[in-house]
Write a protein that binds this ligand. Structure first.
Ligand code: HPA
Ligand code: MG
Length: 226
């Protein structure tokens, strides 16, 4: 899936592709909380770029789903920031045109990572009874998709409640060799297989309070290891 350095054009929108060689931006070029000094390698995706891409995803979602009542299903914890910003932009579009997207927002929680490693057991919390999804258009909002195994499990779980239609928005998709081939319908960025934090993505619950998406340093990993 390595891309050359040509400008991305039409076709299926796989998101903004960040190449394997992308070194990120020097931390000195941006503001970030001093309590994370030494814990980060670089700014990988600045907050402003995340916002601009989210604005476009909101428009794509509105073009496809506008006019239909939709249940937004936010996948916590990492998805909270992306979901809030995406919903906010869809609300702005709904306020400013004839075309609107009536939404309700619900939350479920998944947990499968300890340190920077995925564990086999995926916990879905708050998803026992999703019968309110029956017959509805559902938009699942996730921060990150790597192997797609989690997304596959979640889709199977949601499908059992017989929604009318399911779409998935993922801010980040990692290029991994063991992908299940399960990809979101709306993708913010396709990134190399590196562990990233910030914008609500955590390493053992740290770094959610960082607005840029950053690469964690080796010393950061050691400092917050459990
Ligand atoms: N960062 C934080 N959480 C994650 C990641 C990541 O890169 N991949 C899967 N969960
Ligand atoms: Mg996590």
């Amino acid at each position: 899936m390595a891309k050359d350095l040509s400008i991305q054009t039409g076709g299926k929108d796989e998101g903004i592709v960040i190449n394997d060689g992308w070194p990120g931006y020097s931390l000195d070029l941006f503001n970030y909380p001093t309590h994370y000094s030494g814990d980060l390698e670089c700014v990988y995706i600045p907050h402003g770029v995340i916002m601009d891409r989210t604005e476009r995803l909101a428009r794509n979602i509105m073009d496809d789903l506008g006019g239909h009542d939709t249940v937004v299903l936010c996948v916590l914890k990492a998805g909270y920031q992306f979901c809030a910003d995406l919903v906010e932009r869809i609300k702005t579009l709904s306020r400013n045109s004839e075309h609107t997207l009536p939404m309700s927002v619900n939350f479920i929680r998944l947990k499968s990572y300890v340190n920077d490693q995925s564990t086999e057991d995926l916990h879905i919390i708050g998803a026992e009874d999703l019968s309110f999804l029956t017959g509805k258009n559902v938009l699942i909002v996730e921060a990150i998709v790597d192997t797609g195994k989690t997304m596959k499990t979640l889709l199977k779980h949601v499908e059992a409640f017989r929604p009318k239609n399911i779409k998935v928005a993922g801010l980040l998709v990692k290029r991994v060799t063991n992908s299940s081939g399960c990809l979101p319908d709306y993708v913010g960025f396709e990134i190399p297989n590196r562990f990233v934090v910030g914008y609500a993505l955590d390493y053992n619950e740290y770094f959610r309070d960082l607005n840029h998406i950053c690469v964690i340093s080796e010393s950061g990993k050691l400092k917050y290891k459990v």
